[in-house]
Design a protein around this ligand. Structure first.
Ligand code: 1HN
Length: 347
C-alpha cells in the first residue's frame, strides 16, 4: 500500500488546504490507517484493582445520592480513551454501587447491558416484571429496550460490574432511552420464574421467542461453578482457554445477548495457557483465585474482582497461581454475525 509522503510540497499543501475548505480529503494520505494490514487498535491493556475501586466507589456513595446520580457508577475508561466512556473500542464498563435501602429508578434504552455481581448478596435487578436476586458471580442481563430498576433491601452495599454496548450503539447512532414514570416496575412474576421456565434444559412447549436476547435473565454462579468444577475433574483443559464455557440463549444456542458475548473459564492451579489472539477485545474479571496475564509485552497481575482488558489482536497468555475462575465479555456476537471474527492459536 502507498505510504503517505512525510512532508508535502508547497503546491500539494496548498491543494490539500483548498480541498479541506470543500470538505474533501485525499485518500492517499489516510489509506494505510483506514485499512490497516491487521487490527491496529488504540485500545491499551489495563487493569483496575478492586480494593482501590471499592474504596472510591464507597466515597462516591457518601457524596452523591442514587436519586441524583440515577446510576451511581464509576466508568472504567481505557487509558487510551480518556473522556470517551469506553473500556474497549466498542464496549463500555463501569462499577455500580447500590447502598442499603436504595432504589435506582427504572428506565429503558436500546443499549444492552450485563451485570456481573462482585460483592453483596440479596440485592436485585428487576427486568420484565421479575426480580433477579444477586449473589457474587451471578451474570444477569438487561436486554435492549427492557425496563429495569435496581434495589437493595439488605444491610450491606452491593457492587457489580456493568457491561454495555454503548460505543457500538453510538457508532450506529441507534440509541433511544426513556425514563419510567414510577421508581420501580410492578413485580408480576415470582423470583426464579424465568430460570425455571427457560433455564432447566426445558422450554415451554409453545414458546415463541420475543426478541434476540435470552429469556433467562439471571445465570446464577452456583450452577456455573458446578459445571466448571465437573469439567475440571473430567478432562484436560484446552491449551489456550482452560475449561472455558460460553453463556447461551437456551432458545437459540446463540449468545445471551445479540451484541455482547459472555464467557466463564476455569484455570486449574499452576496452569499456563498457550498464546492466543482474537479480534474481539475482551474485558475480564476474575471471580476466584489469582494469577497473571501477559498481554503482548504487558503483564497484568490479578486477584478476584479486579477488572482487566485485552485489546483486539493482542496476544494473551494466562497463568493461574491458584484455581482461578475468570468471567469475560466482548463484542464477539457482532463480529461473528458480520463475518469479521478471527482468532489464532499461536505456535
Ligand atoms: C444503565 O442503564 C445502567 O441500568 C448502568 O444500571 C450503567 C451506563 C450508561 C447508560 C445506561 C443501569 C449505564 C446505564
Amino acid at each position: 500500500m502507498p505510504q503517505p509522503a512525510t512532508e508535502p510540497s508547497a503546491d500539494r499543501r496548498e491543494f490539500y488546504d483548498r480541498l479541506g475548505r470543500h470538505h474533501l480529503s485525499p485518500l492517499w494520505l489516510s489509506l494505510a490507517t483506514l485499512v490497516p494490514r491487521q487490527p491496529a487498535s488504540g485500545c491499551r491493556p489495563a487493569i483496575w484493582r478492586y480494593p482501590e475501586l471499592r474504596s472510591l466507589l464507597l466515597e462516591a456513595g457518601g457524596l452523591v445520592s442514587v436519586e441524583e446520580a440515577e446510576r451511581r457508577v464509576l466508568v472504567l475508561e481505557n487509558p487510551a480513551f480518556g473522556g470517551q466512556s469506553r473500556i474497549t473500542t466498542s464496549l463500555y464498563a463501569g462499577l455500580q454501587l447500590v447502598l442499603p435501602g436504595e432504589r435506582a429508578r427504572g428506565h429503558r434504552h436500546t443499549q444492552s447491558a450485563l451485570r456481573f455481581v462482585l460483592e453483596g448478596t440479596g440485592a436485585y435487578t428487576a427486568v420484565d416484571g421479575e426480580r433477579a436476586t444477586m449473589h457474587p458471580g451471578d451474570f444477569i442481563i438487561t436486554p435492549s429496550w427492557q425496563w429495569h430498576d435496581h434495589g437493595n433491601d439488605t444491610d450491606d452495599p452491593v457492587v457489580w460490574l456493568d457491561g454495555l454496548d454503548i460505543p457500538l450503539v453510538q457508532a450506529l447512532d441507534a440509541g433511544f432511552a426513556e425514563p419510567m414514570h414510577a421508581v420501580e416496575q410492578a413485580v408480576t412474576r415470582p423470583a426464579g420464574d424465568s430460570l425455571a421456565r427457560f433455564g432447566a434444559n426445558l422450554l415451554p412447549v409453545d414458546h415463541r421467542p420475543r426478541g434476540l436476547a435470552s429469556p433467562v435473565f439471571s445465570y446464577p454462579y452456583d450452577r456455573t461453578r458446578e459445571a466448571l468444577e465437573t469439567l475440571g475433574r473430567n478432562g484436560e483443559p484446552d491449551p489456550c482457554h482452560g475449561h472455558k464455557m460460553r453463556f447461551v440463549n437456551p432458545v437459540t444456542g446463540g449468545f445471551a445477548m445479540p451484541t455482547i458475548g459472555t464467557f466463564m473459564q476455569l484455570l486449574p492451579r499452576g496452569f499456563e495457557t498457550k498464546p492466543y489472539r482474537s479480534t474481539d477485545a475482551t474485558v475480564f474479571t476474575p471471580v476466584e483465585g489469582e494469577g497473571r496475564t501477559h498481554v503482548g509485552a504487558a503483564v497484568l497481575e490479578w486477584r478476584a474482582r479486579d477488572v482487566f482488558v485485552v485489546p483486539s489482536w493482542a496476544t494473551v497468555r494466562h497463568q493461574a497461581a491458584s484455581d482461578a475462575v475468570l468471567f469475560s465479555f466482548s463484542d464477539r456476537p457482532v463480529q461473528q454475525a458480520t463475518g469479521l471474527f478471527r482468532e489464532e492459536r499461536l505456535p
